[in-house]
Design a protein around this ligand. Sequence first.
Ligand code: UD1
Ligand code: MG
Length: 417
Amino acid sequence: MKHLRAIVLAAGKGTRMKSSVPKVLHSVCGKPLITYVLDVVKAVGSLKSCVVLGHQNEKVQESLPKDFDVAIQDKLLGTADAVKCTEKFFKGYKGDVLILCGDTPLLREETIKALVKQHKKTDADCTFLTAVVEDSSGYGRILRGPDGKAVGIREENDATEYEKNIVEINVGVYCFKSEVLFREAKRIQINKKKKEFYLTDIVENLARQKLKIETVETEDPTEGLGVNTLEDLAVAGREIRNRIMRDLMLDGVTVIDPATTYIDADVRIGKDTIIRPFTVIEENVQVGSHCVIGPFARLRPGTKIGNHVEVGNFTEVSRTQMGDKTLMKHFSFLGDAQVGSGVNIGAGVVTANYDGQKKSKTQISNQAFIGSDSILVAPVKIGKKAKTGAGCVVTRGKTVPDGSVIVGIPGRVLDKK
Ligand code: UD1
Ligand code: MG
């Protein structure tokens, strides 16, 4: 989007999380909170963005993409102070500035686009996003004048009993003309109770100067959720999971029981695949079409599954590829394995991929038949159409030739008759 830049505020300690992990690095559906906000900023098309970091900034910076400017807020003196820290990146810039908080992962791209559109259309000095929620406690409440125009934002700590009943809240997304923003941010007085500079006070100052303030309300109030506690994190997780599953179902994936299914962000699943209850599919996993997954299956990151594959009950698959028409119906573990197509993995098969120090790979070639309770001590290679007998332990470093049969403990390849 032209003449638009963004600031993402993410320096706060996240005191209410009661955690040693910086708030914005807590994960929801396999992705850190801040990544959701940065993804939205990118999708909106903001050309250049600046992230404000403070508490444990090095740790947070490590997990961010590199295409953002980073401003460091030395002392956590509040959201207005965080904005002031970014000023040097905006020298000479005359366009609009979008501000978002790093702890609002449910925001949608369309909502932010609508906000920016309204801001530009009305040529406002400030446009900000509101949501009407059932429980407004903890949020800044929107104060409106007799004509319905927003005239201020009142933080919980300073709200009167009357103001606390207001159910329209500040989501923490604002669009400003950049000169107005940096001029007014400097004029904000410290909040005496909290000893912080509140960005939200800017609205009252603008209203007093009769500058143009616009608001946009989210269509979906859940978008306004700010994650401040671990309970909020769980609520955000539930909502994002619902969205992920809704999208999958609209794309032709059968999710038999969304309430007991956990699918992370960036998972891809093909049409006509059925996900049975109590299944966990973690971030970035890919599953082809016409597969049946679960019940009680866990597919972990780095897993890629072909078409017409079955992964049945009490199974775990991690950093593993499985080719088309491969079956693994009951209680088995595949880790760091490359499994071909048309393979049968019997009940109780385990790839022993970790020797206490390093992880090793297992290769199972096309149409191999891995008998029940086989243990494959990696690294091993099972050839095409090779078979392992029930209870066989294929020892480390072994290659089982194509078409052969291996049995026993330790596994011995039988002579061909
Ligand atoms: C803030 C808003 C509140 C709004 C809510 C929406 C203020 C004063 N209040 O409250 O009106 O309803 O968000 O979720 O802005 N941060 C910094 N530096 C600081 C302090 C905070 O970068 O010194 C960052 C935090 O990392 C966070 C964001 O700003 O991402 C918001 O801070 P937070 O403490 O969560 O504010 P809320 O109390 O949620
Ligand atoms: Mg917050």
